[in-house]
Design a protein around this ligand. Structure first.
Ligand code: HEC
Ligand code: HEC
Ligand code: HEC
Ligand code: HEC
Length: 123
């Protein structure tokens, strides 16, 4: 007993959808977007909502101003937290120290952006 013509067409369409789905998933992975838009940094002193995109589109910062592990802006940087650990280590300055130096340092240099605890740490 053969399948009805309508069923065969439905199966072919289903197959095509699955293939498109797989290609779409592989071509546009959602786990690691090229440039995150906003990043919530979790800390015990209150989380920091960091508008990543605004910093390089509206506030004039270059990728390498912050991502000092890359040497040109076609490279994909590593997360700061891969090297800067929560505790003091021999490899790199402690996470909170590195962040405070970079974030507050630039805000002070430019005379713009928050330098008070509550300007960054949400309660
Ligand atoms: C003002 C500082 C700053 C600028 C400018 C900046 N970033 Fe970032 N970026 C960060 C911080 C902070 C994180 C979060 C890192 C973490 O969670 O440890 C991050 C995360 C990322 C991540 C995710 C890394 C991961 O694996 O989690 C990518 C990719 C990235 N940035 C790319 C870029 C690119 C490309 C540019 C330039 C167009 C750029 N960034 C400009 C500070 C900056
Ligand atoms: C591949 C590892 C690595 C990554 C990724 C990385 N760092 Fe670093 N960072 C280091 C090391 C090692 C040092 C100390 C030596 C030096 O100054 O280069 C350092 C130094 C620093 C300093 C200077 C600290 C001081 O006491 O003078 C700051 C600020 C800093 N990092 C911030 C960041 C931020 C913010 C990010 C993410 C946007 C980041 N780093 C990503 C390894 C890394
Ligand atoms: C290279 C310079 C630079 C660095 C590094 C930098 N900022 Fe900024 N940031 C600015 C400037 C400039 C402004 C002010 C923009 C304005 O007021 O128009 C700003 C504004 C802000 C604001 C207020 C406006 C908003 O977008 O929410 C927050 C919060 C902020 N920065 C958080 C951070 C954090 C957290 C980091 C570190 C992960 C950081 N910034 C690193 C330059 C910098
Ligand atoms: C320009 C933004 C900014 C300002 C201003 C700021 N911080 Fe932070 N702070 C951060 C960021 C970003 C981190 C690191 C987040 C991470 O580890 O992912 C951090 C981390 C910390 C940590 C470490 C928490 C943990 O879980 O390890 C403490 C404590 C802290 N800040 C306290 C303060 C205090 C107190 C002030 C005021 C004197 C202050 N911060 C000002 C952005 C800021």
């Amino acid at each position: 007993m053969g399948m009805k013509r309508g069923n065969v067409i439905a199966l072919v369409i289903m197959g095509i959808c699955i293939i498109i789905g797989i290609i779409g998933y592989a071509a546009f992975p959602t786990k690691n977007p090229e440039k995150p838009i906003r990043i919530m940094l979790m800390t015990t002193a209150g989380n920091v909502l960091f508008d990543h995109k605004a910093h390089f589109t509206d506030y004039g910062a270059e990728c390498m101003d912050c991502h000092h592990d890359i040497s040109d802006d076609t490279e994909r940087p590593e997360a700061c937290s891969k090297c800067h650990l929560p505790q003091e280590s021999e490899e790199a300055p402690k996470r909170a120290v590195a962040f405070h130096k970079q974030c507050i340092g630039c805000h002070e240099d430019q005379g713009m952006g928050p330098t008070d605890c509550s300007g960054c740490h949400l309660r």
